[in-house]
Ligand binder design. Structure first.
Ligand code: NAD
Ligand code: USQ
Length: 400
């Protein structure tokens, strides 16, 4: 297939672009590298030393003989986006190119507005491009399990059948997102639903859980292909953060009671799920929703798993319960359905001791690059304006 990967320089997008290229698909990456700028703004850097995109692509081509096309630009600019998609003419577009951190979106007004403009406008531009030039192209959009929040009932895959006053209908599952970032994904979902209905576009919303891991078969081929591994309080996801903290002998930062339960998946399953969605497209006019995670854990479960793994590797690991900087349920019911990707053939990688060992080993290998001042949470949901690290003279880089 011809597949465009929007956000292909990012954590999920880079691993996905290489995987799809290795499977023999023709791949194009579209990215404006804004994420590298946001790291600079925050005074943070990935634990792993990621290389500039031209070097990444050159090494990939030298190793495999496969080339990946690169379009550098901003998906919120319609003329740029539509012209490169017209030129590449994909069968499927995978849309990862959004601001994806909940804490980043909660820093202050500017970051909340910037997140929603970036995400909602990019997706709208993509919908209009598909309508205008590529009406048969399948949109595979990265949503998030966090769109649902934590209701006290089972979470369905996108839709729920409700009986009310003697009548029955199947309706979108209620959304209770927990940050301005998660809200941007809900707005996207509504816009895509509407576009599929009125224009007959085909789309799949992948409600992705929290991703962990960094290595895939492809990124392991050469040091120059290494994927990012964020551990800072803004972009680091919880399990990756705990592994970096364990590697440095720093207490694991469990927010609140740690009963927050989420769906998780290995990055090797992210790339496979996305390919399965592409290979099995939605019908014209259909807006499909898949819940994309393989296991659920509470934050405290994860902390104990990392503690055990670290101690077996000879590293003492403490767990610290910090006041929760977020407004979220610290103990709650959570049971989300996630069978549609399994039905399409996903064979999940479950979180195992060996994987945890290898994640901690990666953190130990790059330990010298860890800045422990990035571990403690600074962004607090209750404040309208949060203080930020402003290292390296970075000024306001995200203009709204
Ligand atoms: P990331 O920040 O590592 O990558 C996002 C990429 O998109 C970056 O390379 C960035 O430069 C690019 N980008 C952002 N805005 C852009 C724009 N306007 N124009 C062009 N490029 C732009 O994020 P990630 O972890 O790879 O996440 C990718 C997607 O998957 C996001 O939509 C995110 O919401 C979703 N997701 C991620 C996770 C996770 O745990 N990482 C979980 C659920 C869903
Ligand atoms: N948490 C801690 N300690 C930490 C970091 C996080 O206890 O040091 C807790 C958070 O309070 C939260 C949970 O761990 O309850 C998950 O936090 P996270 O930062 O790992 O993940 P989240 O903010 O939910 O966002 C990540 C991605 C986002 C994606 C989402 C999937 O950054 O792009 O949409 O996971 S989901 O959580 O299913 O919505």
């Amino acid at each position: 297939m011809r597949i465009a990967v929007l956000g292909g320089d990012g954590y999920c997008g880079w691993a996905t672009a290489l995987y799809l290229s290795n499977q023999g698909h023709s791949v194009a990456i579209i990215d404006n590298f804004i994420r590298r700028l946001w790291d600079y703004e925050l005074g943070a850097q990935t634990l792993t030393p990621i290389r500039p995109m031209p070097e990444r692509l050159r090494v990939w081509e030298e190793l495999t003989g496969r080339s990946i096309e690169l379009y550098t630009g901003d998906v919120t600019e319609y003329d740029f986006l539509s012209s490169c998609l017209r030129e590449f003419s994909p069968d499927a577009v995978i849309h990862f190119a959004e601001q994806r951190s909940a804490p980043y979106s909660m820093i202050d007004r500017k970051h909340a507005v910037g997140t929603q403009v970036n995400n909602v406008v990019g997706t709208l531009n993509l919908l209009f491009t598909l309508r205008e030039f590529l009406p048969d192209c399948h949109l595979v959009k990265l949503g998030t399990m966090g769109e649902y929040g934590t209701p006290n009932i089972d979470i369905e895959e996108g839709y729920i059948t409700i009986q009310h006053n003697g009548r029955t209908d199947t309706l979108p599952f209620p959304k209770q997102p927990g940050s301005f970032y998660h809200l941007s994904k809900v707005h996207d979902s509504h816009n895509i639903t509407f576009a599929c209905k009125i224009w007959g576009l085909r789309a799949t919303d992948l409600n992705h859980g929290v991703v962990y891991g960094t290595t895939t078969e492809e990124t392991a081929m050469d040091e120059a292909l290494i994927n990012r591994f964020d551990y800072d309080e803004v972009f680091g996801t919880v399990l990756n953060r705990f592994c970096a903290q364990a590697a440095l002998g720093y207490p694991l930062t469990v927010y609140g009671k740690g009963g927050q339960t989420r769906g998780f998946l290995d990055i090797r399953d992210t790339v496979r799920c996305v390919e399965l969605a592409c290979l099995n497209p939605a019908a014209r006019g259909e807006f499909r929703v898949f819940n994309q995670f393989t296991e659920q854990f509470s934050v405290l479960d994860l902390a104990h798993l990392v503690k055990t793994a670290g101690e077996q590797m000879g590293m003492p690991v403490a767990i610290e319960n910090l006041p929760d900087p977020r407004v979220e349920a610290e103990e709650h019911y959570f049971n989300a359905k996630h069978s549609k990707l399994i039905d399409l053939g996903l064979a999940p990688h479950f979180l195992s001791e060996s994987l945890l060992d290898s994640l901690i080993e990666i953190a130990v290998r790059y330990r010298d690059r860890i800045d422990p001042s990035l571990f403690l949470p600074r962004v607090n949901w209750r404040k309208a304006k949060n203080e930020r690290r402003m290292d390296a003279g970075a000024k306001a880089v995200h203009t709204v």
